[in-house]
Structures are given as structure tokens and as C-alpha cells.
Design a protein around this ligand. Structure first.
Ligand SMILES: NC(=O)c1ccc[n+]([C@@H]2O[C@H](COP(=O)([O-])OP(=O)(O)OC[C@H]3O[C@@H](n4cnc5c(N)ncnc54)[C@H](O)[C@@H]3O)[C@@H](O)[C@H]2O)c1
Length: 306
């Protein structure tokens, strides 16, 4: 893959330096782009710089990356709290700020006023379709979703989703940029809540909870079937406990608010666990229990409300 696939993209601006933005900016710098990562919070910038250095040093030590390439990438990567200057230079923007529609609309309106006319503005949002943001700009044809997975330096899937007004050229450039980052872009033909991967993940999770609620099998046995029959690295209950049961609960509430489809409502079991504050590993109880040293043990009640 060469820069000819993204001929007008030399400088990428990433908005938000948190878990996702920091690694996305690093991925761009590693791919040869000049990358600027912007955040309002200097603490987030400091944490991102330290964490990226630690992670990349570890990759070099383990022989996963070339030391000279990593040094060169860090020279191409800069951090800033000055959006105006960074936006004026950016040919391509990936927004990875807070998951809040109003925050994203404000950021996009500001970027639209500052960035060159050719600049494509994308959002890494997991749930907000870019068409809900595009009308905050004067360039809805150059707005799209570019959805990375966590950790962004490792996961190869990037979902590229255009809204009704997104141009084919914007989708093509976004997919080409993803390829240049070493990713395997998945281009959706239309906007749909949750995109592809998280919808499938969600459907498996909902089925697992439904089987549990019907008394078909235990939490442990359902997880075992997913690992040993389907090759999942982790069962759906283990995964919910790891990511936080409240995270999936809130995502479902947001989806339900958008679709009003009763099937998108959080399940009885998940709702009850969240109300009890049993949110998974981080609280020591979820679908499983966790000892102080993190060892997982089965719960007698499977976490199901009686
Ligand atoms: N964490 C994940 O697993 C994941 C996966 C895919 C997509 N996403 C999406 O990526 C986005 C970021 O998620 P994250 O997990 O990195 O969040 P995070 O909380 O780790 O980081 C968000 C960063 O954005 C900054 N920020 C907030 N408002 C800002 C603004 N107006 N301008 C600039 N910076 C601002 C915050 O200071 C923070 O550093 C969200 O839209 C989320 O849906 C997250």
C-alpha cells in the first residue's frame, strides 16, 4: 500500500487522546503520516505520551516492531491543546472524543470552520452515525464513520460507514487510509445502529442471556460452548464481566432510545445486576464472582434475579 491511495492525505489530526485516540494517532504515525493528537486535557496528553512510549518500547523489545521505524514514527507524532493550528494543517480528521452527540457536533462545526476544504472529517464513534453530525458542517459529503476497535494499534477491523450524503470518494479515501494503517476495512453499504461487528457481538450476548434466563444451561456451560464449539476466545458472560456489565447496559439503553424496538431493551438479568452494582470484574461480582487476586469462580445463582 502506498501513499498514492490517499494522495491528498499527508497530515492526520486525531481529536481526543484517550484510550482510542492515542493509539489511532500512533497507528497513523507508524504508517508514515504526520499525526497530531489534540485533547482539551493536558493530563490525557501526558498519559497518552507515557503509555504509547511504554507500549511501543515493549513491542521493540519483543521484536514485534523495528526500533528505527518506531523512532521515526514518534518524530512524526505530536500532541497539542491548540485545535485551531492543528485543524488548519489537517488533511484528514479522526475524531475520538467523548461519546456524546453534542460534543461531537460542536467539534465537527469547529473543524469545518478551520480545516481546508478538501479535509475529510470522520468519527470513531461506536454508536453515533455520522449523518447525525454531518449537518453541523458545510461538507456533509466529506463526513463519515471510521470505527476502530480496542486496542486500535492491534485490532485489524475498521468499519467505514457513509451516511446518505457521504460521497463515494470520501468512503474510498477513508478505506484506503485504513488499509495504509495495516487494517482490513469493512465498508458498510448503509448506516445501521451498532454497525456490523458490535451487532453480531450483541446478538450472541443477547442469546446467551436468553438461554440463561430460560434455564437452558449455566453461565459457565454457555461460555464453555462458545469457547470450545465456536472458537470464541472468551464466552459472552466472561466478556461482559470484563468490559463492565453497565457498559453494555448503557449501550442497549441508547440503542433502544434510538430504535424504540423492544428487542433492544436491556434484559431483566442485566438490568438487575446493574441495579445491584454487580458490574463484573471491576466490582468483584457479575455473572461470575472474582476473588481479590482476580481468580474467577462460578456463582451459585448465576447472577440471575430470583
Ligand atoms: N473504548 C473503546 O473500546 C472504543 C472502541 C471503539 C470506539 N470508541 C469510541 O471512541 C471515542 C473515544 O473513546 P475512548 O474510549 O478513547 O474515550 P476516553 O474517555 O478514553 O477518551 C476520550 C478523550 O477525549 C477527550 N475529549 C473530550 N471532549 C473533547 C473535546 N471536545 N475535544 C477534544 N478532546 C475531548 C477527553 O479529554 C479524553 O481524553 C468514543 O466516541 C467511543 O465511542 C471507543
Amino acid at each position: 500500500m502506498t501513499s498514492q491511495d490517499t494522495p491528498r492525505v499527508h497530515e492526520v489530526l486525531v481529536v481526543g487522546c484517550g484510550a482510542m485516540g492515542s493509539q489511532i494517532a500512533m497507528a497513523c504515525a507508524l504508517a508514515g503520516y504526520r499525526a497530531t493528537a489534540f485533547d482539551l486535557d493536558t493530563g490525557a496528553i501526558d498519559r497518552a505520551a507515557v503509555e504509547l512510549r511504554r507500549r511501543l518500547d515493549r513491542d521493540v523489545a519483543k521484536g514485534r516492531r523495528d526500533e528505527d521505524a518506531v523512532t521515526a514514527a514518534f518524530e512524526r507524532l505530536s500532541f497539542t491543546t491548540d485545535l485551531d493550528a492543528a485543524a488548519r494543517r489537517g488533511d484528514f480528521v479522526i475524531e475520538a472524543a467523548a461519546e456524546d452527540l453534542e460534543v461531537k457536533r460542536d467539534v465537527f462545526a469547529r473543524l469545518d470552520a478551520l480545516a481546508p476544504a478538501h479535509t475529510i472529517l470522520t468519527t470513531n464513534s461506536s454508536a453515533i452515525a455520522s449523518s447525525r453530525i454531518a449537518d453541523a458542517t458545510s461538507r456533509p459529503d466529506r463526513v463519515a464513520n471510521m470505527h476502530f476497535f480496542n486496542p486500535a494499534l492491534v485490532m485489524r477491523c475498521v468499519e467505514v460507514v457513509g451516511g446518505p450524503e457521504t460521497s463515494a470518494a470520501t468512503v474510498e479515501t477513508t478505506a484506503a487510509l485504513a488499509r495504509r494503517l495495516g487494517k482490513d476495512p469493512v465498508v458498510l453499504r448503509k448506516e445501521v445502529p451498532g454497525f456490523v461487528a458490535n451487532r453480531i457481538l450483541g446478538a450472541a450476548r443477547d442469546e446467551a442471556v436468553s438461554l440463561l434466563e430460560q434455564g437452558v444451561a449455566s453461565v459457565q456451560d454457555i461460555d464453555t460452548a462458545c469457547r470450545t464449539a465456536l472458537g470464541y476466545p472468551m464466552g459472552p458472560f466472561e466478556l461482559m464481566d470484563l468490559t463492565g456489565i453497565d457498559i453494555g447496559y448503557r449501550a442497549k439503553l441508547a440503542r433502544y432510545a434510538e430504535t424504540e424496538d423492544p428487542g433492544d431493551r436491556p434484559s431483566r438479568t442485566v438490568t438487575e445486576l446493574v441495579e445491584r452494582g454487580e458490574l463484573g470484574r471491576k466490582t468483584g461480582l457479575g455473572f461470575y464472582g472474582y476473588a481479590d487476586d482476580g481468580t474467577q469462580y462460578p456463582r451459585e445463582d448465576d447472577g440471575i434475579p430470583r
